[in-house]
Write a protein that binds this ligand. Structure first.
Ligand code: FES
Length: 380
C-alpha cells in the first residue's frame, strides 16, 4: 500500500450535463465559452451506463443539468433509470420547454426535486438577461405547476450588479410562488460570467445591502411561520480566504459533459489537463486512476504559499479553475487568498466594480454565434 497516496472516497454527487443546447442566452452561464464546438451528446443507453457505474461506486445524488436538460426528449427515461438505481434525482432547469404534461411524465418517472432558475423578479429585466421576451411568464406558470404537483421546489436567482438591488422583490416573488428553498446566488465567475465579469460583479456596498435585506426577510418569514430557506451566496471576490472548491478536487463531485468527458468540477475542461471520456474508460478507472482526477488530490502538488499554509486542509488552496483563469497556472494559490502573490487581480476587480458603468446591452450573451466567434479566435 502506498502511504503517500491520499485516501480517495467514492463520488457522492453526479452531475449529468445532458446537453449544451439551451433556448436562453444568459451572460453568466457557467458553460464553456467554446461550447458550440461540441455537438456530440451521449445516447440514452450511454448515459444510463454512466448512472449504473456511478451508483455502483456509491454516488447517491444525480443532477440533470445542461444547457437546458429539457431539450433532451429522453429525459423521462433517464430519470426513471436513475430513480430505479436508487439515486435522489434533481432537475436543474430554466423552466423553458416545461409543460404540465412533462411534469406529469417526470413525476411518473420518479423525479424527486425540481430547481427553476429566474433571471430577475420582473419581466423586462428577465427578458433583457435571458434574451427571451416570453421566458418570464413561462417560468411563473411552470413554477406554479411544479408546486401544484406537490414537488419541493427550489427557485434559483443568479444575482449580479444589475439585479441585486431588487433582492427584496425577488424574495417577495419567491414567497408568492411558495418556493421551499430560494437560492440567492451571486454570480460565480466561470465561463461566460468570467468573460462578462466587469459588467456583472456587484460592489461591496450592493452585497452588504442585499445581505441586510435577506436577514430582514429571514426574520419576517420566521415570524409568519414561513419555513422557506433563503440561501444567500456571496461572491468569493470579496473574501480574503478562498473557498474549498467542490469540497476538494475529486473528493465528492463528478461531472460528465454532454459528449462524455468526466470532470472533477463543471469548469475543469478549460484546464490544460487531460480528462478521460466515459466512452473509453470505466467510471471506476476514471475516478480512482485517471491522471486528471488525481492531479490535485492531496497536498503534494501544492507550491507555496499553500504548501505551508495552516488552512490548506480546509480550503485546498482554493479553486483550481479560478487560479488558472486569473494567473494562467492552475497550480497556483487561488488569487482570492490574501496570501496569493496574485491577490491584486481580485483587488483590481473590486475597484473596477466601483467604477464601471457597463450596461446589460454591452454584455456578451451565451449563444452559438458568440461561442463560434470566440473559439474561432475573433473578438465578438
Ligand atoms: Fe473547478 Fe473550482 S470550479 S476547481
Amino acid at each position: 500500500m502506498n502511504l503517500l497516496k491520499p485516501q480517495v472516497n467514492p463520488p457522492l454527487w453526479l452531475l449529468a450535463e445532458l446537453t449544451y443546447r439551451c433556448p436562453l442566452q444568459c451572460p453568466y452561464c457557467s458553460n464553456p465559452l467554446d461550447f458550440a464546438k461540441q455537438e456530440q451528446e451521449l445516447t440514452t443507453a450511454q448515459w444510463i451506463k454512466v448512472f449504473e457505474q456511478a451508483r455502483e461506486m456509491g454516488a447517491v445524488q444525480l443532477g440533470f443539468s445542461g444547457g437546458e436538460p429539457l431539450v433532451r426528449k429522453d429525459l423521462p427515461e433517464l430519470i426513471r433509470a436513475a430513480r430505479d438505481l436508487g439515486f435522489y434525482t434533481n432537475l436543474i432547469t430554466s423552466g423553458i420547454g416545461l409543460t404540465e404534461k412533462k411534469i406529469d411524465a417526470f413525476a411518473d418517472a420518479g423525479l424527486d426535486h425540481i430547481q427553476i432558475s429566474f433571471q430577475a423578479s420582473d419581466e423586462t429585466l428577465n427578458a433583457a438577461l435571458a434574451g427571451s421576451a416570453k421566458a418570464f411568464q413561462q417560468k411563473l406558470a411552470m413554477a406554479k405547476a411544479v408546486k401544484a404537483h406537490g414537488y419541493p421546489m427550489v427557485l434559483n436567482f443568479v444575482l449580479h450588479r444589475h439585479n441585486i438591488d431588487q433582492i427584496d422583490r425577488i424574495i417577495e416573488l419567491s414567497i408568492e410562488l411558495e418556493a421551499d428553498d430560494v437560492e440567492l446566488a451571486t454570480c460565480q465567475f466561470y465561463g461566460w460570467a468570467q468573460l462578462n465579469r466587469e459588467g456583472l460583479l456587484p460592489t461591496r456596498e450592493q452585497i452588504a445591502r442585499a445581505e441586510q435585506v435577506v436577514h430582514h426577510y429571514r426574520e419576517k418569514m420566521a415570524d409568519k411561520g414561513n419555513l422557506a430557506n433563503l440561501l444567500f451566496v456571496t461572491p468569493d471576490y470579496y473574501e480574503e480566504r478562498p473557498k474549498g472548491c467542490m469540497g476538494g478536487w475529486g473528493a465528492i463531485f463528478l461531472s460528465v459533459t454532454p459528449e462524455g468527458m468526466a470532470l472533477p468540477c463543471h469548469s475543469a475542461r478549460q484546464l490544460p489537463v487531460e480528462f478521460p471520456s466515459v466512452l473509453e474508460h470505466s467510471l471506476q478507472h476514471i475516478w480512482y486512476e485517471s491522471f486528471g482526477f488525481n492531479k490535485y488530490r492531496g497536498f503534494d502538488w501544492m507550491p507555496e504559499p499553500c504548501r505551508s499554509c495552516s488552512e490548506k486542509e480546509k480550503d485546498f488552496g482554493g479553486c483550481r479553475c479560478q487560479a488558472f483563469m486569473l494567473t494562467g497556472n492552475a497550480d497556483n494559490a487561488d488569487p482570492v487568498c490574501g496570501k496569493s502573490p496574485h491577490h491584486g487581480k481580485i483587488l483590481a476587480a473590486r475597484e473596477q466594480a466601483n467604477c464601471t458603468n457597463m450596461q446589460i446591452s454591452e454584455l456578451q450573451f451565451r449563444n452559438r454565434a458568440n461561442s463560434q466567434l470566440i473559439y474561432r479566435g475573433q473578438p465578438s
